[in-house]
Design a protein around this ligand. Structure first.
Ligand code: THU
Length: 142
């Protein structure tokens, strides 16, 4: 069971958004040319970034959110406070269905997802809003 996480401070959000926006520059997206950067704030106060990584076999490509969460998990992080996702469009893109389920594994319904557009403006929704009535780890028999 995840602990209740502290709300993100204005300073943390500033850092989170800067790192997500900067991470767009690391995207490997020669096919779509659609850059996505992401950054997660961990419960221990670290920032872990990711970007989309595409593939010549198109469906094999991976979204920025899953790169960021996978990186954080293998680095040993278990609890998370927020994610920022940055794209170049307006309004900012919201995570795809596969990423919503992927993030659901490691977050609670109140986990905030900040979505930044190409001008640095954001909207925010919780995981519960993005993926209501979700299936998660607690639904599997122990
Ligand atoms: N993409 C992401 O990285 N995250 C999203 O939330 C939406 C889509 C990527 C996948 C692909 O590399 C490109 O954006 C176009 O779909």
């Amino acid at each position: 069971m995840s602990a209740v996480q502290a709300p993100v401070t204005a300073q943390e959000l500033q850092t989170l958004s800067t790192k997500a926006i900067d991470a767009k520059a690391t995207a490997y997206c020669p096919y779509s040319k659609f850059r996505v950067g992401a950054c997660i704030l961990t419960a221990s106060g670290e920032f872990v970034h990711g970007a989309n990584v595409e593939n010549a076999a198109y469906p094999v490509g991976t979204c920025a959110e899953r790169v960021a969460f996978g990186t954080a998990i293998v680095a040993g992080h278990k609890e998370f406070r927020a994610i920022a996702v940055a794209t170049d469009i307006t309004p900012g893109a919201s995570p795809c269905g596969m990423c919503r389920q992927f993030m659901r594994e490691f977050t609670t319904a109140s986990f905030p997802v900040y979505m930044y557009d190409g001008e640095g403006k954001y909207t925010v929704k919780t995981m519960g809003e993005l993926l209501p009535d979700s299936f998660g780890p607690d639904d599997l028999p122990k």
